[in-house]
Write a protein that binds this ligand. Structure first.
Ligand code: ADP
Ligand code: MG
Length: 261
């Protein structure tokens, strides 16, 4: 069982698209998958065709300990289940502020269900607050989606530092496993420049014992593909919406890569 936090404190880098479609590809390949929507914007929940107002307990109920994970998880496709986001998730960070051990509530909840899944994939909010900390505390891996443009690495140091602190203080199993290029456009030479910057950075960390010393640039780049942007408004994964498009091919390859590593 692997738990993967898909994390980048920037919005619009492809986190939710990656979670929805990688999870769908893994489920299609016969893996048992749970996805968790930790973003109060509930984009993942909507992407999978579930109305946030129809979520009874969801991840909010689990974090506030008013629901058990097993009761809050809903099946959404064959082999694919969702712990969804409802609108009240917005208030969770402030409501939990005086709860002792608030960073590890999700981890404890998942301990009770994780044996039912091959992969648990967590869609993180675009911040490094309590919700993201819960994701990191519960995960074995961090996958960082990145759009290779000129500000791509801005904030990257802060992101790795947060992972590192969580690794030292609350979760010694946590590793940054990979960086995934999203919305890749090979015609833009900047993409290639950002790629060599990242490769250099990862290479320099190899001999360290940082949580990201084993990280690699995933050898599949998610190409810019308008079908990936259209699918969520139909509540469909890319494999339901346009199974032959570039986006579907790319995410299938990401799933194959994860299965193989
Ligand atoms: P995040 O969760 O990091 O905020 P999203 O996955 O929601 O990012 O992606 C941001 C926007 O870009 C969304 O409208 C999404 O549909 C679109 N998008 C994501 N990946 C691609 C892609 N490879 N090609 C085109 N559009 C994409
Ligand atoms: Mg998102």
């Amino acid at each position: 069982m692997r738990t993967i936090a898909v994390l980048n404190q920037k919005g619009g880098v492809g986190k939710t698209t990656t979670v929805a479609n990688t999870a769908a590809a893994l489920a299609n390949a016969g893996k048992k998958v749970l996805v968790i929507d930790l973003d109060p914007q509930a984009h993942l929940t909507i992407h999978l065709g579930i109305e946030p107002s129809s979520i009874d307990a969801g991840v909010y109920g689990v974090l506030t300990q008013s629901a058990k994970a097993v009761d809050a998880i809903v099946p959404v496709r064959e082999n694919l289940s969702l712990l969804g986001a409802s609108i009240d998730l917005v208030g969770a960070e402030t409501e939990l502020v005086s709860v002792v051990g608030r960073e590890i509530i999700l981890r404890e909840a998942l301990d009770t269900v994780k044996d039912s899944y091959d992969f648990i994939i967590i869609d993180c909010p675009p911040s490094l607050g309590l919700l993201a900390l819960n994701a990191l505390a519960a995960s074995t891996e961090v996958l960082i989606p990145l759009v290779p443009h000129f500000l791509a690495l801005q904030g990257f140091g802060k992101l790795l530092e947060t992972v590192s602190i969580v690794n030292q203080r609350i979760n010694n199993k946590l590793r940054v496993s990979g960086i995934l290029f999203c919305m890749f456009d090979s015609r833009v030479s900047l993409s290639t420049e950002v790629r060599s910057d990242i490769e250099q950075f990862l290479e320099n960390a190899r001999s360290s014992n940082f949580a990201w010393s084993g990280a690699q640039l995933i050898p599949v780049y998610i190409r810019r593909n308008v079908k990936l942007a259209e699918a969520p408004s139909y509540g469909k994964t890319i494999f339901e919406y346009e199974p032959e498009c570039n986006g579907a091919q790319d995410y299938k390859q990401v799933a194959d890569f994860l299965i193989g590593t």
